[in-house]
Ligand binder design. Structure first.
Ligand code: SAM
Length: 291
């Protein structure tokens, strides 16, 4: 799963950080499989650049513990791509938290034809690797992209962003895709709270989350294989109707919580026909203000 060279004396956290960063390598494996990706309507033209043995290994472990891994991740990617495509003309400032090897800000024409500033946040090593791979492949890095290296579990996100030119007063499109379950619950809470980034009214926030039943199930399976748990519980009631109310209290409106089970069944009818108790949701909402 990981080239984790930590010895017994070293902090577990650096090993965990390596595994967590490799989840981006694992995702590009399925997006780089053109036939598979096209069958779901996913187009990620740069995914093949990021294919590594570590990523393949990580993907095969992920698939073995989670039968939904391929279908759900591809459908999430397509769904969020469509949301981004719709939103871009209304936003000049776009923020990808846990950007990993997402290259939509380079490949989607909507980013080039609209005046945008894009901020991509991830661990420093991940962003360095991403830039190196793209440069080696002679992919031009657009000047509107700012890479913001940091550990999101630490404080100072807004400060780091502002030092790179982020303007909280501008409505922002915020995307947190495949991120929150890897973060400590307190960090997830902080990132969903619009006050953390002092989001301007009119900002759109898109993210996905897992039900706690799913988190428990995957943690148990991962622990059997790796001897450790990777995922943190969702810090709010995970039922969409309850979470919807909490988001309203935070000042969000126009909240759409989509169940990936339903989105996947539109492409793969009968993929999960047993009403499984574990759920994976994609949330889209607009911050209006809570005053
Ligand atoms: C599953 S990948 C998703 C990548 C990308 N959003 C996508 O959908 O292709 C999760 C990403 O979140 C990043 N990440 C997880 N925890 C993080 C943290 N504490 N600080 C910064 N980045 C983090 C990982 O490094 C990884 O790139």
């Amino acid at each position: 799963m990981q080239n984790c060279s930590c010895n017994h004396q070293q902090m577990n956290t650096s090993c965990d950080s390596t595994s967590i960063q490799e989840t981006a390598d694992s995702l590009v494996i399925i997006r780089a499989d053109m036939a598979l990706a096209e069958s779901v309507g996913v187009d990620d033209p740069f995914a093949h650049l990021f294919v590594t043995e570590a990523g393949k290994q990580m993907a095969s472990i992920a698939i073995s513990v989670d039968p939904c891994y391929v279908a759900f991740n591809l459908v999430r990617y397509r769904h969020i791509t469509e949301r981004i495509r719709d939103a871009i003309p209304r936003y000049h400032q776009i923020l990808f938290l846990g950007a990993g090897y997402d290259t939509r800000s380079i490949s989607m024409p909507e980013f080039r034809i609209n005046p945008v500033e894009v901020f991509e946040v991830d661990y420093p090593e991940k962003l360095t690797m991403k830039q190196q791979i793209l440069i080696q492949a002679c992919v031009e890095l657009p000047s509107y992209i700012r890479f913001v290296p940091m550990n999101l579990s630490q404080s100072g996100l807004l400060h780091h962003l502002c030092s790179m030119g982020f303007r909280p007063s501008d409505p922002t499109l915020v995307i947190m895709e495949g991120l929150l379950f890897f973060l400590p619950s307190e960090t997830t809470k902080r990132l969903i709270n619009p006050q953390t980034l002092e989001l301007a009214p009119g900002s759109t926030v898109i993210f996905d989350y897992w039900s706690n039943e799913r988190i428990d199930m995957l943690n148990r399976r991962v622990e059997e294989k790796l001897g450790k748990r990777l995922f943190s519980l969702f810090p709010y009631p995970d039922h969409p109707s309850q979470f919807h109310n909490i988001m309203i209290d935070m000042g969000y409106q126009d909240i759409v919580i989509s169940d990936l089970d339903i989105l996947v069944s539109e492409i793969y009818p009968g993929f999960r026909n047993n009403h499984q108790p574990d759920h994976w949701f994609v949330v889209q909402s607009v911050y209006k203000s809570n005053y």
